[in-house]
Design a protein around this ligand. Structure first.
Ligand SMILES: NC(=O)c1ccc[n+]([C@@H]2O[C@H](COP(=O)([O-])OP(=O)(O)OC[C@H]3O[C@@H](n4cnc5c(N)ncnc54)[C@H](OP(=O)(O)O)[C@@H]3O)[C@@H](O)[C@H]2O)c1
Length: 278
């Protein structure tokens, strides 16, 4: 039997593929543009789109577990296709936003809850990975760091617990290679509470330059972000920052309990990705 990794081009998905190959697992990988993937030769690659369940027919042959992104509007048909193809266990990259109060009314929480519910109702075994904010969100600052040695932000004192995408992948690989995480919904965070200002300072320390924070208004931030992300995300990102000022977000120990290792720090993420900022 084999494991299908949907979203093998993604930062988490590609690390899941690598982790499974290292464990000798037979891996199938899918992408909407498989020609852009560069994976090890033993990985069979398929073209498939989450919004077209029938596109998964060939990819699902011989598959008993699937790693899945939640980026789909109508999950029921896809999950039914998984079940009828013989998939036994789905490991979903969900979000801690699915656990926030009012998640079912919230734009971000509800889209993950919808996929989680479709999987629960299908009767398939599941693991829902519920990470908080990714360290890789800091990649959006790369142009400012490179060009101006500065990061404009409306709420530099917003507090986060950024998680390295490799930590999420490590837990996914354990879930996809044993039954130990079936029925579990681990919240995953990094090890440290850091303001956005702290994160900018760490980037500067790693690349050996002083990087300034330039305070901007919400309107200025929205205008800037909308060059890179859809409008609905612009509102969500700014709202999350605004609401995170002065908070004490939970630090989860699930990564360590599951893997036995300490979770990776934001500094490690910056060191691993320093080319983005130099
Ligand atoms: N950023 C955060 O702070 C945060 C926090 C919690 C949860 N999340 C969730 O984590 C995910 C992002 O993870 P990441 O950084 O690894 O993502 P990423 O690097 O942007 O990759 C996204 C992956 O999703 C796949 N995908 C998207 N739409 C698809 C579709 N219609 N059909 C097939 N594949 C599709 C893409 O595949 P192809 O393009 O190759 O087809 C790609 O491999 C998102 O679901 C996000 O909501 C993010």
């Amino acid at each position: 039997m084999s494991v299908l990794v949907v979203g093998a081009s993604g930062s988490v998905g590609s690390a899941v593929v690598t982790g499974l190959v290292e464990r000798g697992v037979e891996v199938r990988a899918s992408s909407r543009t498989p020609q852009k993937l560069s994976l090890s030769a033993e990985v069979r690659v398929f073209a498939a789109d989450l919004n077209e369940p029938e596109s998964f027919a060939s990819a699902l042959e011989t598959v008993d577990r699937v790693f899945l992104y939640a980026d789909l509007a109508e999950p029921e048909a896809l999950i039914a296709a998984f079940a009828s193809a013989g998939v036994r266990h789905v490991v979903l990259l969900s979000s801690s936003s699915a656990t926030s109060p009012g998640a079912s009314e919230d734009f971000n929480g509800s889209r993950f809850l919808r996929v989680e519910r479709a999987i629960e109702e299908s009767g398939l075994a599941y693991t829902f990975l519920r990470p908080g904010g990714f360290a890789s969100n800091a990649a959006r600052w790369s142009w400012g760091v490179k060009g101006e040695n500065a990061v404009p932000l409306p709420y530099p004192d917003a507090v986060q617990v950024p998680i390295h995408e490799q930590d999420i992948a490590d837990v996914a690989v354990i879930a996809l290679t044993s039954d130990t995480l079936i029925g579990r919904t681990p919240i995953l965070t990094g090890p440290d509470r850091l303001t956005l200002r702290d994160q900018v300072a760490i980037i500067g320390e790693v690349i050996g330059r002083t990087v300034a924070v330039i305070e901007q208004t919400e309107a200025e931030s929205a205008a800037m972000l909308s060059r890179y992300v859809p409008e609905v995300w612009v509102r969500q990102i700014i709202k999350d920052w605004r609401e995170a000022v002065g908070t004490t977000p939970v630090i989860s120990d699930e990564y360590t309990r599951i893997t036995g290792a300490p979770s990776r720090t934001f500094r490690t993420w910056v060191e691993d990705n320093a080319r983005l900022f130099r």
